[in-house]
Design a protein around this ligand. Structure first.
Ligand code: PAF
Length: 283
């Protein structure tokens, strides 16, 4: 496995194969591993980037304490047969006196966009830069960050970026909690209680799919979460193409949620097909 610590080193890599790319911020877990498995295909080279992107963190967010576990991350990449890893420095991605950012409108504005102003500007900017550096044929993202996927798809369409975006299912713990690098901020006790979030999502979705009144169900589910120590930022039933809220059941729509639990911000989303997931059933 090649490891490149700068963009110029990466550009000198003599790879002839089309690339399948998995951009990450490190602190790799089984969710990332599932993307790496998807990226390993005959006739393609797989590339992972590890870069904690400063521009997608707000001033009061966890950029400085975001877990940095490079040695373990490289081992995960090695175990998954990744061909090359790019680990650039901040100055390599954001040259001194840079003055260009990508701003996506529409799908980037509500929910995560409203609670984390400028977050998606940072995501779109770094992802476009990484695409320009890596020049992948395909890029893989996890559905756990549903709105991020929509923002990247919008950007790729709008800016005619020659890459195909693949969105892969959320990986979950046995009790249903979606895997996230930030789960490691939870104490053992909070971690156990956090599984109430996917449990409520599942119940909420079940009620919506039975044709019950959507705003009422969203309200009572938010209340149930609040009664169990969750500070709900949003719980919404949306069309994943537009991120507009919906009042009626449609099998394409998804429930999205963001809630803080004991100071840790958790996001998740589920759709009808996820109700079959065994791990969610256990919650
Ligand atoms: O999902 C992430 O880990 C990040 O937002 C990404 C896509 C690697 C951009 O920094």
């Amino acid at each position: 496995m090649k490891v490149f610590y700068s963009v110029s080193e990466f550009r000198s890599w003599e790879n002839q194969l089309p690339v399948i790319f998995v951009p990450t911020m490190g602190a790799l877990h089984e969710g990332h591993a599932s993307l790496m498995r998807a990226a390993r295909r005959p006739g393609f080279a797989s590339v992972v980037s590890i870069f904690v992107n400063p521009t997608q963190f707000g001033p009061n967010e966890d950029f400085s304490k975001y877990p940095r576990t490079l040695d373990a991350d490289l081992e995960v990449c090695r175990q998954h047969g990744v061909d090359a890893v790019l680990v650039p420095e901040v100055v390599d991605i954001y040259p001194v006196n840079d003055a260009t950012m990508v701003k996506v409108g529409g799908v980037a504005e509500p929910y995560e966009g409203a609670f984390r102003p400028s977050h998606f500007d940072g995501v779109a900017t770094v992802v476009l830069k990484l695409f320009n550096i890596v020049q992948p044929a395909v890029a893989c993202f996890g559905q756990k960050d549903l709105q991020q996927c929509a923002v990247i798809q919008q950007m790729v369409r709008d800016l005619a970026v020659p890459v195909s975006i693949e969105v892969l299912p959320t990986m979950r713990e046995d009790d249903g909690l979606a895997l996230s690098s930030r789960n490691r901020y939870l104490s053992t006790e909070s971690r156990a209680k956090a599984a109430y979030l996917p449990h409520v999502l599942k119940e909420c979705l079940r009620s919506i799919s039975q044709g019950l009144d959507v705003p009422k169900i969203l309200d009572s589910s938010s209340q149930a979460l609040a009664n169990n120590g969750f500070e709900v930022q949003y719980l919404a039933w949306i069309d994943p193409l537009t991120f507009e809220p919906q009042a009626k059941f449609d099998p394409r729509f998804r429930l999205v949620v963001a809630a803080k639990f004991e100071g840790v911000r958790l996001i998740d989303n589920i759709g009808l097909q996820d109700l079959d997931l065994v791990s969610i059933e256990k919650a």
